[in-house]
Design a protein around this ligand. Sequence first.
Ligand code: SF4
Length: 253
Amino acid sequence: MTIHDASGPRLAELAATLDAQFEKLDLAGRLSLASGLGRAVFTTSLGMEDQVIAAAIGLGRLDIEVVTLDTGRLFAETLALIDGTEARFGIAIRRFHPDRADVDAYAVQYGLNGFYESVEARHACCHVRKLKPLARALDGAAVWVTGLRRSQSGNRAATPFVEYDAERALLKVNPLADWSLERIEAYVEEQAVPTNPLHRRGYPSIGCEPCTRAIKPGEPERAGRWWWENDEKRECGLHVPDAAVPSLSSSSL
Ligand code: SF4
């Protein structure tokens, strides 16, 4: 039986079984197990965690597709790192871009930088520039690999190793769920993993340029993301149900 043939309850059961197995495996073992479940896609934002996973995939020559969402608003340093990572680990990172018509419709409805005006406008931008390209990137995938860690934020504190993503009908695999930032940094050092130079300028978490600032000493890792919003649990919608995120009005798409 493949994952594509399995029902939702069966996949949820499988996720629970795998979650217990992952606990006992190292990173290479977790990724190897994930790659054997069916077509696996790793989405990287080029953050330090994602660089660790890209390194493990490249060094282990694992059969996991590597993709990134090029929103059109990324830092120049992030774009350069895509090329550098491909060269360092001999992997191809497939870029997924937002649809031009969606971007234009967003600008008409909210303004190019309308995301500063309201949470709804911000979620609508993330929907166009991230969520819709993500849906294309994961189309037909059995497994979605991410770099989520429990200690990144309170919102991610309960991240399992493996979960059933009912919305996308696939298994979501988070092989670094139990890794600390210190462990990530040690791996980066040991394997000479290229990282974004912005990390050394106070950006532990890096997203789109207009929506990311450096953090102050003592602030949580993700405090620089959408810093103007008050919600402590703010996310872009990639890792929360899409139904919780408003999109552009249908008339504008
Ligand atoms: S992070 Fe900012 S610029 Fe990037 S997609 Fe979301 S709202 Fe738009």
